[in-house]
Write a protein that binds this ligand. Structure first.
Ligand code: GCB
Length: 597
């Protein structure tokens, strides 16, 4: 789905700001039929949970309501009028005046509605959005709803981040010509000093298509006609990690000599390939340094925030991180566009986190209830997962920064049913995008002998906590366990191995001379130990620490106001480990260290 943009044929109105807000039970039934009965206002974009000094709102389970008025610009009389929500977490219902115009399930992908027939140019309308935060066995991420004896509804879930909800990304009103560009796909290649650009344009109605590739200074570097084709850019400047270069693909629909729609998609020319145990970008081995991140900030929760976006990328550059994973859901499109422009490499992850009932069996991973069964994660879950993949890849396929899809985090991949569940999804991912490698983040209970799905994927991405959940406070034992584990995978599979999670909770300001978990020194030494091991394993292609910054979680005995595995605090101050990492990563500069074998 194309991100709304202002072009010579399209106009855009941003609907962010303060909206009337209320939770179900406190406002009228059918709130879309009139003015929302509330004195509260909520900021959009932001998760609503932490905005108010009200526990009931923070922990509310069910529908909440947002409302505002909006005016259709008077010049739009001959245009189609669309409403676009960049996300509604986790389910959205959109009403224009009394009418339902859109419904969407899935909290991290956009959706839109053509509202031309229910609005008029120049006039105002009442826009009401219902958002529901409930998670079940057929949503992604999944969860369980229970009703306590008191009647209180309670949401539990299997993932380690707070279930922030609401309108956490922008809302737009935009105009589009009746005959328009519906979709653009760009796939690039390299041929000697030239770049090849295969493009495909989908239009809403038959029309002549012309395209041109334009460099940053406005120079046209290639042009073509037809809905599908291949362009060649001589002396191309590649999109490289750390040295981004973007071109624009200007797509025009022409009818009787007039341009009826114009759309610009930026793209970078680069290739991605897995060969043996190497991960290649533009034919060169690439070594990932960086983090698993979260969209998480004080007050805003998962609300997109440009100031944090800029600052987080500044910190990543400062520390020498060349990449991150969008753990554990697709991030706002602004984040990927920023990564495109700044040469940061992204592993793009779905919101399929928590497909694992063995985790509730404790650290031993004892299976209590089967994860994959008609009563637990079933065909309906799989169908929701497939739909989520379609929406994610449709949204993100043209970003040069995205080099790999991660289709799930820590599923119970060692359990019966895992293969049946995942094999069709891996196949679907490859059909939707034959150009990018596919991976999944492997939970620590899955090892080379019991995991049932690793062979289906291109890269083995491991989440491991030796020295934290296992061998806590004993880095000597942890080092031995870690090395055996990595060598086990390397011996079994001729594939690149990447560490997508390793980390230790750390309280900023807590210090010790000894190996004391939670101290800043322990986090530093823990990371050092891992890096020694990584440098000894040949198939190793990268290290992404858990986590970039401390983040909010649900309440738990092992969480102190959230997860503290950040290398930065929640307000982005460096812990001691940040300085040590900077030393290592700036020295590596994307190239694997050649440690002793
Ligand atoms: C994991 C999860 C991540 C958690 C992390 C932890 O394995 O993938 O979501 O936050 O462990 O800190 O326990």
């Amino acid at each position: 789905m194309l991100k709304p943009r202002s072009t010579p044929t399209r106009e855009l109105v941003n609907l962010d700001g303060l909206w009337r807000f209320g939770i179900a039970g406190r406002v009228q039934d059918e709130p879309w039929t009139g003015r929302l009965d509330t004195t509260l206002e909520a900021a959009v974009p932001a998760s609503y949970n932490d905005l108010f000094a009200d526990r009931e709102i923070r922990d509310h389970v069910g529908w909440v309501w947002y409302q505002r008025t909006a005016r259709v610009p008077r010049g739009w009389a001959d245009e189609r009028v669309l409403l676009r929500l960049d996300s509604a977490t986790h389910q959205g219902r959109v009403y224009v005046d009394d009418q339902l115009v859109a419904e969407h399930v899935g909290g991290y992908t956009p959706f839109e509605a053509d509202i031309t027939d229910v609005v008029r140019a120049g006039e105002e309308f009442r826009l009401t959005v219902g958002v529901n935060n409930e998670l079940t066995n057929v949503t992604l991420p999944p969860g369980t709803l229970t009703v306590e004896q008191s009647g209180r509804r309670k949401q539990t879930y299997l993932h380690d981040f707070f279930n922030y909800a609401g309108l956490a990304r922008s809302v737009w009103l935009y105009s589009r010509p009746a005959t328009h560009v519906e979709d653009v796909t760009v796939v690039t290649g390299v041929d000697g000093a030239a770049g090849t650009v295969d493009y495909a344009v989908r239009t809403s109605a038959p029309a002549d298509v012309r395209v041109r590739a334009v460099d940053v200074d406005g120079t046209e570097v290639a042009a073509g006609t037809g809905a599908e084709g291949s362009l060649r850019i001589e002396d191309v400047r590649l999109w490289q990690p750390g040295a981004a270069h973007l071109y624009d693909l200007v797509v025009e629909l022409v009818d009787g000599g007039t341009v009826v729609d114009s759309w610009t998609e930026s793209f970078g020319v680069r290739t991605v390939e897995v060969r043996g145990t190497q991960f290649l970008i533009n034919g060169e081995p690439f070594y990932f340094t960086g983090f698993g991140k979260h969209e998480d900030t004080p007050i805003r929760g998962k609300g997109h925030d440009d100031a944090y976006l800029v600052h987080d990328f500044q910190l990543m550059e400062w520390i020498g991180a060349n990449s991150f994973r969008t753990s554990h859901y697709p991030y706002a499109e602004e984040v990927l566009e920023f990564a495109d422009r700044h040469g940061i490499v992204v592993i793009d992850e779905t919101s399929a986190v928590g497909l694992n009932l063995a985790v509730t069996g404790g650290l031993a991973g004892a299976v209590t209830t089967p994860t994959f069964s008609p009563e637990t994660f079933n065909d309906q879950t799989q169908a929701a997962h497939a739909q989520h993949l379609r929406e994610l890849i449709a949204r993100d396929k043209n970003h040069p920064s995205v080099v790999m899809w991660c289709i799930t985090n820590e599923p119970s991949s060692n359990e019966e049913g895992a293969r049946e569940y995942f094999e069709p999804l891996v196949q679907l991912t490859r059909e939707l995008d034959p150009t990018r490698p596919v991976t999944y983040a492997v939970v620590m209970f899955a090892n080379p002998s019991n995991d049932r799905i690793a062979d289906l994927f291109d890269v083995i991405s491991l989440n491991r906590y030796y020295g934290w959940y296992v061998a806590n406070g004993d880095l000597v034992t942890a080092e031995d366990y870690l090395e055996r584990d990595l060598r086990g995978w390397a011996a079994k599979y001729d594939k690149p191995i990447l560490m997508t999670e390793y980390g230790a909770d750390t309280m900023q300001g807590l210090h010790s001379l000894w190996d004391i978990p939670w101290t800043e020194e322990y986090q530093r030494d823990f990371l050092d130990m891992h890096h020694r091991v990584f440098d000894r394993v040949e198939a190793f292609v990268g290290e992404q620490i858990w986590n970039f910054a401390d983040f909010q979680t649900t309440r738990a005995i092992h969480r102190v106001d959230g997860n503290k595995k950040g290398v930065f605090t929640r307000d982005r101050r460096p812990k001691a480990a940040a300085h040590a990492l900077r030393q290592r990563w700036l020295g590596l500069n994307g190239v694997k260290p050649s440690g002793p074998a």
